[in-house]
Design a protein around this ligand. Structure first.
Ligand SMILES: Cc1ncc(C[n+]2csc(CCOP(=O)(O)OP(=O)(O)O)c2C)c(N)n1
Ligand SMILES: [Mg+2]
Length: 687
């Protein structure tokens, strides 16, 4: 048990020569903050300190809560997110007024979009300066966080802090979950508690008062309730009658820790299921009815069951779905654009229990031959997909002529090897964060997970740079749960440029993280082949490879593949053991990954600088969304691959295309060949 500050220990206070408060401000807001965090079961707080917030940051430490200090607040909030997604406990992050809270913004927005319950504690300025902009670091974070939190509150009175924070934890963990932010500014921190006697609320103290352990032993637990029983009956009947149902487990399958109930449901009903985002592996993906993605015969589905799933952009807004039974953690997760037979609103664990009981009571678990045949077809489809994905990946393996002769790796081959090594060494229990745009496309169908909260992403934020912090938070969450299975953080080189200096935190705590950097020399370099030409030829002369600007030779929108991310290991080595590797030969990749896991498990982080084939691109880049992004580019200036994509995906939207000959979209796994350029690249990217 860590030593507690005197201000938290009434017995120790009695021994003091001069009572607390006679030589220092007491009681303090810091004490209030720390006590609530303790009451809520917080064990770690993530952030960057600063002058305005020392007051509560050191109180948090003195009460026995671990501070994990970052260089950038964005990474601290990402770490809080990784932690909450792995532990399903709310997480606390902090940053100082102005630059600190400003830096946290993007990660807070991500937490909002991914429903991560983060309690952000920030600093604030004294109110009398409002709108003068004449004091240091002036900003009103409660106002700018308003858009990306469930509740952003500027706090003025010390005596309301405890009840505000108590409410904050409740709001953050009420579905849909999400971040809350408290601005604990100078007025609040330095006002004497005794001022309360002169405040009007002193007449009615109870409404602002904090009630210790307000839900008694349940104070730390999210509030959970079930669905309307009549809707349960209706849903169970629809589920029983469906012949070809399919199910998608979303985030709340994980947040609500509904794995056992979901597994029972799947076994009772024999419904094949896919899992998404942190809901991945809410039921292990090794379950025989798990189907990664939809089967090719998805148009035969006759009932869809989205479970705690945000059915948004990345689910095509339910396009092509049959009617559904929606199981949602709150009304906000009931999607009105879905044709719905029944909706069950409540905590996923509780609702699934209700549903299972109803199914058993009515004998709906007597599975007919049609359902059995459906389940068998889906199982077969999954095992065939696993085999064909494997065959496709090996086609681009070490025996492929391109990878025999070039010192680069194919994203697809690496994805298959990651799958195999994760299974061989850890039975697929490795958690993974997905940063790096090109890798995210290739690797997703290859990953196999067995534990909920295993697939950590930027969710709808789709940002880059989150993986560094998320890996740190997730690893610490896993260590708290007693697991030292390494965490695989799939980083793009752009995410590294954004966030990598905070890897020092991973080194300091000897965290078992393998940062695998898919280094393709920039942000989506493969994008130039369909849309810009090998030299970024469509851009202005000052930005094209070979151009001159301020007498500087311009090398296009790329970084050198020789950017040595592995050498950050030397930079950070003073903080603890860290290994850097260069991976550029496919035949060595498997052994290097194993070596990386071994080092991570035994000693600490690893940086795998993987030199990737720059001629590959996320297939979305040649799909309809990017074709629309680049719809402004003149047809005659487009390279061949771009013409093909526009022709096949923008038909109807651009009627002139309809009269042109068919042009199939290129296979995104097939690296661009030299002949395809049509003209010489000015730099030799094949070296
Ligand atoms: C913070 C942030 N800035 C900009 C973007 C826009 N963006 C989307 S993908 C991408 C490139 C990512 O590059 P990298 O991580 O190196 O992956 P690659 O596609 O090169 O494999 C960018 C800049 C973003 N998603 N997030
Ligand atoms: Mg890149």
């Amino acid at each position: 048990m860590p030593k507690l500050g005197i201000e938290f220990d009434e017995e120790a206070q009695k021994q003091l020569e001069i009572p607390l408060g006679e030589r220092e401000l007491y009681p303090t807001v810091g004490k209030y903050v720390a006590e609530i965090l303790r009451e809520q079961g917080v064990t770690v707080a993530w952030g960057v300190p600063g002058g305005h917030i020392w007051h509560f940051v050191d109180a948090i430490s003195r009460i026995g809560i671990k501070l994990v200090i970052f260089g950038h607040e964005q990474n601290a909030v990402y770490a809080a997110e990784g932690y909450t997604q792995v532990t399903q406990k709310p997480a606390v992050a902090f940053g100082t007024v102005g630059p600190g809270t400003g830096n946290a913004f993007s990660a807070m927005q991500q937490a909002f979009l991914s429903n991560s319950p983060i309690i952000f504690l920030g600093g604030g300025i004294e109110q009398e300066h409002d709108n003068l902009y004449n004091t240091i670091q002036e900003s009103i974070m409660a106002e700018f966080f308003e858009h990306v939190t469930k509740w952003a509150q500027r706090c003025f009175y010390p005596w309301s802090v405890k009840q505000f924070l108590t409410r904050g934890f409740r709001i953050a963990t009420t579905a849909p979950y999400g971040p809350v932010a408290f601005e604990l500014g100078v007025d609040c921190l330095f006002m004497k508690d005794e001022a309360r006697a002169h405040y009007w609320g002193a007449f009615f103290p109870q409404h602002a008062d904090y009630l210790p352990d307000w839900r008694q032993e349940d104070t730390r637990k999210p509030i959970a309730s079930g669905a309307d029983p009549a809707s349960i009956e209706k849903a169970a009947k629809a589920i029983c009658e469906a012949k070809k149902p399919f199910m998608i487990l979303g985030d709340y399958a994980a947040w609500d820790q509904a794995g056992p109930e979901l597994e029972e449901f799947i076994n009772l009903t024999q419904i094949p299921f896919n899992t998404r985002r942190i809901g991945r592996a809410a039921v292990s993906e090794k379950h025989e009815l798990h189907h990664r993605g939809f089967p090719p015969f998805r148009n035969e589905f006759d009932l869809m069951l989205p479970i705690g799933l945000k059915v948004g952009f990345f689910d095509g807004y339910a396009g092509g779905w049959p009617e559904s039974v929606q199981i949602a953690p709150s009304n906000d997760y009931v999607w009105t654009y879905i044709n719905t037979k029944a909706e069950l609103v409540g905590n996923t664990k509780v609702v699934m229990k209700q549903l299972n009981e109803c199914i058993k009571k009515n004998g709906y678990d007597q599975i007919g031959p049609e359902r059995t045949e459906w389940a068998e077809r889906c199982k077969k489809s999954m095992s065939e997909a696993i085999e064909s994905r494997k065959a496709r990946a090996y086609k681009y393996g070490p025996d492929h002529p391109r990878y025999q002769s070039k010192d680069v790796l194919h994203f697809g081959y690496c994805s298959q090897i990651i799958r195999e090594v994760n299974e061989e060494l850890y039975g697929s229990a490795v958690r993974v964060s997905i940063d790096g745009y090109t890798m995210s496309d290739f690797v997703m169908p290859y990953l196999c997970f067995t534990r909920p909260g295993s697939c950590i992403t930027a969710n709808d934020q789709a940002g880059v740079g989150h993986g560094v912090g998320q890996a740190i938070g997730a690893s610490i969450g896993d260590l708290e749960n007693g697991s030292r299975i390494p965490f695989l953080s799939l980083m793009g080189d752009s995410g590294m440029c954004n966030a990598a200096m905070d890897i020092h935190v991973a080194v300091q705590y000897k965290l078992p993280i393998v940062y695998m950097i898919s280094n393709n020399g920039g942000w989506m370099p493969g994008m130039k082949y369909p849309w810009y030409g090998p030299n970024w030829d469509i851009l202005g002369d000052q930005d094209i490879v070979g151009g001159k600007w301020l007498d500087i030779d311009i090398t296009g929108e790329e970084r050198s593949l020789d950017t040595r991310y592995d050498k950050l290991a030397d930079v950070f080595a003073g903080n603890g053991p860290i290994l850097g590797q260069v991976c550029n030969r496919e035949e060595k990749f498997r052994e290097q990954l194993k070596e990386a896991y071994d080092h991570a498990e035994k000693h600490g982080p690893v940086l795998m600088n993987c030199l990737m084939d720059q001629h590959l691109v996320n297939k979305a880049v040649i799909g309809p969304v990017y074709s629309l992004m680049y719809v402004h580019l003149p047809w005659d200036e487009l390279p061949l691959r771009g013409k093909h994509s526009r022709r096949s995906t923008m038909k109807g939207f651009l009627p002139a295309l309809d009269n042109m000959p068919e042009m199939p979209v290129f296979d995104s796994w097939e690296p661009l060949t030299e002949e395809e350029f049509g003209y010489e690249p000015k730099l030799d990217y094949f070296k």
